[in-house]
Ligand binder design. Structure first.
Ligand code: FAD
Length: 301
């Protein structure tokens, strides 16, 4: 399999910052991935999983652990209902599609739409992989992964493949037990209903337009920097502190949507990290609300 030394992680993250991974491995299929995990387990070597890197802030010094990419190399979608026939539902009227963890979530949602299957319209614009989205229980516009996810295949710490029901992952708001159990999501099965293709496509287009209008999707970022605090919106709290456009080095609170910290192209991870800390401090002091980063931090800060 592809093994790279000192691979710069800024190339692999949507924030476009981050130092190197000492070792960066790209397994080509599920079998290679499983064998790799068995080996790393037997050698007691630490590793981190990267999907599309759209929810990560990696430190400028990079990371010492091995980084395993579950991306384009582990890509594929198939029907598992109706004995694999796209036209046939299972006896319960449900259509089931299985996507490998490296498949883009958008592509999976589009695959569903192209077969007139409804349920994933609002997930179309989330720029991660299926594996990353399961791990984060990603969601948008009132739909979360847990609404359509039926089961997952995970690789356990010792390299065994296990099939779990979605409920076993205890999916909550941007939460799953995947990281704490040390699982690697290898594939996910979605349960969907037949709908009207034109209506599904129109709904998707509407969500895409809303993203374009409201979010700085053309800038380097990791999406919403903070989780939504109960009873509030992070962006509104930040705006009310007068922080719209506030910058540190090349990091800035987006002018378009204050819930996004963006990189203007010159930021270091340290700038972004400092800005996140300052926003948290000011929101706590001025609004009495504690913001928790949604973005995952890798390396030393
Ligand atoms: P990564 O960023 O690569 O990883 C995220 C975490 O998941 C890491 O801890 C990683 O170790 C782990 N992980 C990744 N793959 C696996 C796997 N196969 N097995 C085990 N662990 C794994 N998020 C939303 O929820 N809703 C939104 O509307 C949304 N909009 C966004 C808009 C923009 C412009 C951007 C840049 C980001 C947005 N995000 C949003 C954040 C991000 O896209 C999601 O969190 C996404 O699910 C992350 O997927 P990823 O493949 O990029 O994961």
């Amino acid at each position: 399999m592809k093994v790279l030394k000192n691979e710069p992680l800024d190339k692999h993250t949507s924030f476009r910052v981050g130092g190197p991974a000492k070792v960066y491995v790209v397994p080509e299929d599920e079998y290679e991935l499983q064998k790799l995990i068995e080996f790393l387990h037997s050698e007691k070597l630490l590793y981190n999983i990267i999907g599309n890197g759209t929810n990560l802030l990696v430190s400028d010094e990079g990371v010492d652990s091995i980084v395993i990419e579950i991306g384009k190399a582990l890509d594929g979608i198939e029907f598992v209902s109706g004995r694999g026939n796209a036209e046939c539902a299972d006896a319960d009227g449900i259509y089931r599609i299985r996507a490998l963890a490296g498949t883009s979530l958008g592509k999976t949602a589009q695959f569903a739409a192209s077969h007139s299957l409804t349920g994933m319209e609002a997930l179309r614009g989330i720029p991660g992989t299926v594996g990353g989205a399961v791990t984060m229980n990603a969601g948008a516009y009132g739909t979360e992964m847990c609404d359509v996810l039926e089961s997952v295949e995970v690789i356990t710490r010792d390299g065994k493949i296990k099939k779990l029901a979605a409920a076993d992952l205890k999916l909550g708001y941007r939460y799953s037990i995947v990281p704490e159990e040390g699982y690697i999501v290898a594939a996910a099965t979605f349960a969907l209903k037949k709908g009207d293709k034109k209506a599904i496509e129109a709904e998707m287009a509407d969500y895409q337009q809303r993203r374009k209008d409201k979010q700085p999707i053309e800038k380097f970022s990791a999406g919403s920097t903070f989780k939504r605090p109960e009873g509030h919106f992070a962006g509104k709290l930040i705006e009310d502190c007068g922080l719209r456009g506030f910058r540190h080095g090349g990091a800035q609170v987006s002018e378009k949507h204050c819930g996004f910290v963006i990189n203007d192209g010159t930021a270091r991870a340290a700038d972004i990290f400092w800005l996140i800390g300052e926003i948290r401090k000011r929101v706590l002091m001025e609004q009495g609300v504690e913001l928790t980063p949604e973005v995952k931090l890798w390396g030393n800060f």
